[in-house]
Design a protein around this ligand. Structure first.
Ligand SMILES: *[C@@H]1O[C@H](CO)[C@@H](O)[C@H](O)[C@H]1NC(C)=O
Ligand SMILES: *[C@@H]1O[C@H](CO)[C@@H](O)[C@H](O)[C@H]1NC(C)=O
Length: 402
């Protein structure tokens, strides 16, 4: 123990030096804390259990780091300082220090016993979720407390097991029921939790369908709602339909395509247009990309997908006309999505596009623009750059119109 306290003092005295030495070291997030990949930023985020957060002041926003799940040197320093300041019990202090200290010396390979000590101090995900579901379902809870519970649940359900536990806790049905709450802020966050829970999680997708999620989401998207509610409802719908032909079939039967068509056309939801097109594009591509990885349920999926006749419906409902509207955007990634989508709906729309002289001349003008951009890209040594790719897409569409 003496040696250990010497180390601690050593750490304190030489903190700056140590921190400098460990700037590039990766401090792993303690086992039992929640780590997820933020798909929007590509960053890993970690959320420490509340008990550790309170003691150290580290929270999930602060531990976000660019390319590793590490704490920054500054954060670590502050956390150590705070630990010292707060008179937490000696045993806890030793445990926590020992963990961080192991990290410092061994470039972050905490010993098994450190991890065991730490996890004994933590609540399991299941316990946290039980508490959050209760908090959310508590009629005495304020709106703010409910929203907080939903945000924390959203964080947890990215893990497949947690999302399945949400079902057994009765939380999933509570969330689905909240989609038609009279509080828009609860509707929005409930849709967010739902979307994250069903993402890449077939068991939860099935359960959500049975719980009536699809109808409720379509109702939100088809009626007058605040934009943030629609945005999250669209996210949940896309996650529910993804790789789930059974839900896609019902989506079409329930008039889901009409709902999305109206949403695309409606004023005030322009920012959702590219998301709507992406959802439809993904459905088409997913179906045609089926043969890539045949597995045991391949035949059954083929049969289910064969009932999802999206392409003819798209042209019937005016999408040949709607998709090129995205091209008018000055943003390249929006145009890219439009060009790719035009290519996938080319079969039913070709006659329509051939008669549209405006489309061809617009494509010719952006062809010139991308030729110049691709050229300068090549001059900078990028042979297969982004603009080259866009140029190839434009030319491919033009080729199909001739
Ligand atoms: C929510 O609260 C109601 C009423 O108190 C209760 O009947 C129900 O079982 C609770 N649901 C969950 C999932 O905890
Ligand atoms: C939400 O829908 C359910 C069933 O569709 C209904 O029982 C409930 O009253 C609705 N809640 C609100 C606030 O409209």
């Amino acid at each position: 123990l003496n040696l250990f306290f010497f180390f601690i003092r050593f750490v304190h005295m030489n903190l700056i030096v140590w921190i400098n030495l460990t700037v590039h070291a990766v401090i792993p997030v303690p086992a039992g804390s929640h780590v997820r990949l933020n798909l929007q930023t590509g960053e890993r985020e970690a959320k420490l259990p509340d008990s550790i957060q309170e003691t150290t002041g580290l929270n999930r926003k602060k531990v976000t780091a660019k390319d590793s799940n590490s704490f920054s040197a500054q954060e670590l320093k502050e956390a150590l300082k705070k630990l010292k300041e707060e008179a937490i019990s000696l045993a806890d202090e030793v445990k926590t220090f020992s963990f961080y200290f192991h990290c410092l010396i061994q470039l972050c390979r905490p010993s098994q016993s450190d991890l065991e000590d730490l996890s004994a101090m933590m609540e399991t995900d299941f316990q946290v979720m039980t508490r959050l579901v209760q908090q959310f379902n508590n009629s005495q809870a304020s709106l703010e407390e409910k929203v907080t519970a939903l945000l924390d649940l959203e964080y947890l359900v990215h893990q497949v097991d947690n999302a399945q536990d949400l079902i057994s806790l009765g939380g999933l049905q509570l969330i689905i029921n909240t989609l038609n709450s009279s509080e828009p802020i609860l509707q929005e966050h409930a849709a967010f939790v739902l979307g994250s829970a069903v993402s890449s999680n077939p068991r939860v997708q099935v359960e959500a369908m049975e719980g009536g999620a699809l109808q409720k989401l379509l109702l939100l998207l088809g009626t007058d709602q605040p934009l943030p509610v629609k945005k999250k409802a669209l996210f949940a719908l896309a996650s529910l339909l993804r790789h789930f032909p059974f839900a896609q079939q019902h989506f079409l039967k329930l008039g889901g395509l009409q709902v999305l068509t109206a949403l695309f056309r409606s004023r005030g939801s322009e920012s959702l247009r590219v998301r709507v097109v992406t959802l439809l594009y993904d459905m088409i591509i997913e179906k045609s990309g089926l043969d890539a990885v045949p597995d045991a349920s391949h035949e059954e999926r083929l049969r289910q997908y064969s009932q999802v006749a999206l392409l003819p419906l798209l042209s019937e409902q005016g999408w040949c006309n709607l998709v090129p509207e995205l091209l008018a955007s000055p943003e390249h990634d929006m145009r890219e999505k439009a060009l790719r989508s035009i290519l996938v709906i080319m079969t039913p729309c070709r006659d329509f596009y051939r008669q549209d002289s405006g489309l061809a001349s617009f494509l010719t003008s952006i062809q010139e623009q991308y030729t110049a951009l691709a050229e300068s890209e090549r001059e900078h040594g990028e042979d297969d750059g982004y603009f080259g790719e866009l140029l190839a897409l434009v030319e491919s569409v033009l080729g199909k119109l001739r």
